[in-house]
Design a protein around this ligand. Structure first.
Ligand code: PLP
Length: 358
């Protein structure tokens, strides 16, 4: 058995891959692949509509929100959010907690005035906790943040309160990992390649009253209002990715929905954190309040063992554990598709490695 701990593109549920394989060349007895269906035909339209409905059910998306299936991944949305939402004032607040929220700033600065707010609270020593209060601009078009920083393994376990200013969340690496209250957000977006499906696709959930303020030079394929009007089919959508996302949503429903996923993901993360914390061979230096359930970086006490660790892990079917170059060390991504058995296998391997090299 192989377990893929990649931060993204990441593993998809085995049953989803099997179903996709079974119907790869003959979807619903049509004798062709979903990939070969016209997006305007009734067969594909049904696939697309079902996927949207399943996502709405899973996340309990209120009726006054549009759900869009777009192209250009998470980063495409860094630009699209700014182009669509900055409005006349052309200013927004960005809470920065790591690499991805920082990258979102760089894109938004091309569109308007961005105020960068430090996402961390001051602490005298040790890893900093996430702040829950900021010096927000009441006239900003929105406040943007990244609820789960994939690179650093930093996650919010609360939703920031931004008063009347719409809250925009890059949920690329946390969407569908637990229940959330969509009504607290103006807009949620996510690149698909962690908890949704193949890369390239982006899902956007946007409150309808935010749809009428796009910059005039917003490209049509990034224009939320135009895309909402066209049911995300202003141009040819990424049809196969959308179909696979739909299979993932159905799988999530069969697992018991987001309550069940939240419990599972918490248990998986605790298993690994508890082991790391009890060990004097491994460490994780994220503040306890901000530890991610999805991406868990950890360091070996001796960096010179990193290569051996990765090589031996791979030989045991534990793949893609190398940490992001900015953080170094290791990173285990435990998205929805990772079963608890994968984390158990990882912990058993880590223990064996520590005993051999400690
Ligand atoms: N935002 C977050 C939190 C991510 O983890 C990533 C990618 O890993 C992105 C944005 C960028 O997504 P994409 O590569 O689809 O543009």
């Amino acid at each position: 058995m192989v377990y893929n701990f990649s931060a993204g593109p990441a593993m998809l549920p085995v049953e989803v891959m099997q179903q996709a394989q079974a119907e790869f060349r003959d979807f619903n007895g049509l004798g062709v692949s979903v990939m070969e269906l016209s997006h305007r035909g009734a067969d594909y339209m049904a696939v697309a509509a079902q996927a949207e409905q399943d996502l709405r059910d899973l996340m309990q998306v209120p009726d006054n929100y549009k759900v869009l299936f777009l192209q250009g991944g998470g980063r495409g949305q860094f630009a699209a959010v700014a182009l669509n939402l900055m409005g006349k004032n052309a200013k927004a607040d960005y809470i920065v907690t790591g690499q991805w929220s920082k990258s979102a700033v760089a894109e938004a600065e091309k569109v308007g005035k961005v105020r960068v707010l430090d996402g961390f609270a001051a602490t005298e020593s040790g890893p900093r906790a996430l702040a829950d209060q900021w010096d927000l601009d009441p006239n900003a078009a929105y406040v943007h943040y990244c609820p789960n920083e994939t690179v650093e393994g930093i996650e919010y376990h609360f939703v920031p309160n931004t008063g009347n200013v719409p809250l925009i969340a890059d949920m690329s690496s946390t969407i569908l990992s637990r229940p959330i209250d969509v009504s607290k957000f103006g807009l949620i977006y996510a690149g698909a390649q962690k908890n949704i499906g193949p890369s390239g696709l982006a899902v956007v959930i946007v409150r309808e009253d935010l749809l009428q303020q796009a910059c005039p030079h917003t490209p049509a394929i990034m224009d939320y209002a135009a895309m909402a009007k066209a049911d995300s089919m202003l141009n040819t959508p990424p049809t196969y990715g959308w179909y696979l996302a739909g299979l993932v949503f159905q799988w999530l429903k069969r697992q018991g929905g987001l309550d069940a996923m939240g419990e599972r993901n918490k248990a998986k993360a605790e298993l690994l954190y508890n082991y790391v914390d009890a060990s004097d061979f491994y460490s994780n230096n994220v503040n306890l309040q901000a530890r991610s359930w999805m991406n868990i970086p950890f360091q070996l006490k001796d960096d010179s063992l990193n290569e051996a660790f990765l090589k031996e892990a791979k030989a045991e079917g534990l793949l893609a554990l190398k940490g992001h170059r900015i953080v170094g060390g290791m990173r285990a991504s435990l998205y929805n598709a990772m079963p608890i058995e994968g984390v158990q296998a990882l912990v058993a391997f880590m223990d064996k490695f520590a005993k051999q090299h400690g």
